[in-house]
Design a protein around this ligand. Structure first.
Ligand SMILES: Nc1ncnc2c1ncn2[C@@H]1O[C@H](COP(=O)(O)OP(=O)(O)OP(=O)(O)O)[C@@H](O)[C@H]1O
Ligand SMILES: [Mg+2]
Length: 371
């Protein structure tokens, strides 16, 4: 590769303003990325928990995976902007999504006793398939396929923006987590009840594993249940490997046979029977929703999700701590409370103590330098 024509040495300053949500591996915050003369951009920052970063090789693997996914630029994928380090722990700066994750969305439907229209369920999974088709096909600049597999397609990693865009988060994270103790094939990464059988059985996975997981998400949206969820992680893992795949029209008599056929193909344990690619799955999902003519769009889904959460778009989409959106789940309720406590104005950064190193710690300032 030819050398650069010019080098710009710069630094980023991020001010964390609000805890969005805490997840298994870390916490996601809303932050302001500051530039010169009052320039600011809202971003999301994921801080990885200390118990992960202290595992040998984890940070190295996270960096390796982040490098792979850095150039994934697609409307159905949350874009990674930057991987930095604060006080010895890596953090990921990414596109900030104003909206909810699919788990919150499903929970809200249940709370409000509302049904998700079938075509919107299929639309959501078609957008997931679209993001996957792009990522699975991604090559390096020499045309060599990168072999990207998400490995953790599950409702918490699927965001629905208030505008109706569906976005996949955490590309590369599950893979890095899979390295925590050993290489893939010996250690599983992901959530058991959304895993493919080959992943649950500690085998090497390829892109078709993500299609099985997308099939689980679709079946859940269409029937209201995840057929693999068991009382324990191990039960769920065993069910993914062994539970016979039901005729979904028995679980939901309104389900069209064409959708049952799509589910059967995505949930085929025999890899030769499963969709060979996300493109194939995407085609059948889109055919289902559009073959009669007009079908669902981002606008229809956006209207549905805003209505479900009584989200007022005239209020800042980035300020869900106010108004109806602060009530979406217990987690987010807590998040908005923490957000009040951790405004940039009220917090001073302490030096490397245990509490400031953890995602829960009060960090209001992150500096990262380009190297
Ligand atoms: N870029 C983003 N913009 C806005 N919210 C986000 C963004 N990325 C993640 N979130 C929210 O933060 C939550 C926590 O994310 P995180 O990935 O840390 O944990 P998780 O997905 O809930 O669980 P896991 O750790 O198993 O992936 C997500 O569920 C989602 O609601
Ligand atoms: Mg996640």
């Amino acid at each position: 590769m030819p050398g650069p024509i010019k080098v710009i040495q710069s630094g980023f300053r991020y001010e964390i303003v609000r805890l969005i949500c805490e997840g298994g591996m870390g916490a996601v915050y809303e932050a302001r990325q500051l530039g010169i003369q009052g320039f600011e951009k809202r971003v999301a920052i994921k801080l990885i928990r200390e118990r992960f970063t202290s595992q040998p090789d984890f940070a190295e693997n996270l960096v390796g995976e982040a490098r792979l996914v850095a150039d994934l630029i697609h409307t159905n994928i949350v874009q990674t902007y930057h991987l930095g380090e604060v006080e010895g722990s890596p953090f990921i700066c990414m596109e900030l999504i104003g909206g909810v994750n699919l788990e919150q969305f499903v929970q809200r439907l249940a709370d409000r006793k509302r049904k998700l229209p079938v075509e919107l369920a299929v639309f959501i999974v078609s957008r997931i398939a679209r993001g996957l088709a792009y990522a699975h096909a991604k090559s390096d600049r020499f045309g060599k396929p990168l072999g990207i597999v998400h490995r953790d397609i599950s409702p918490k990693n699927i965001m629905i923006a208030w505008e109706g865009d569906v976005k996949l988060t955490d590309f590369g994270i599950a893979k890095a987590a899979g390295y925590l103790k050993s290489n893939e094939g010996e250690e599983v990464a992901g959530k058991a009840e959304y895993m493919s059988p080959e992943q649950a059985d500690f085998q090497i996975t390829d892109k078709r594993s993500d299609l099985f997981s997308a099939g689980i998400v679709l079946s859940q949206l269409l029937t209201g249940q995840n057929i693999f969820r068991g009382p324990t992680v191990e039960d769920s893992r065993q069910r993914v490997i062994k539970t016979p795949i039901p005729d979904f029209t028995q679980l939901n008599p309104d389900l069209e046979p064409r959708l049952n056929a799509i589910l059967q193909r995505s949930l085929a344990r025999d890899l030769s029977q499963r969709y060979a690619s996300a493109d194939d799955m995407l085609y059948e999902l889109e055919y289902f929703i559009y073959h009669r003519g007009y079908g669902p769009t981002n606008e229809t889904l956006g209207k549905f999700v805003r209505d479900l959460f009584q989200h007022d778009p005239t209020r800042s989409a980035r300020d869900p701590g106010k108004g109806a959106t602060s009530r979406i789940t217990a987690n987010t309720k807590n998040a908005s409370k923490s957000g009040t406590r951790t405004t940039a104005a009220t917090v001073r950064t302490r030096r490397t103590t245990k509490s400031t190193r953890s995602p829960k710690g009060l960090l209001n300032r992150i500096r990262s330098q380009f190297k």
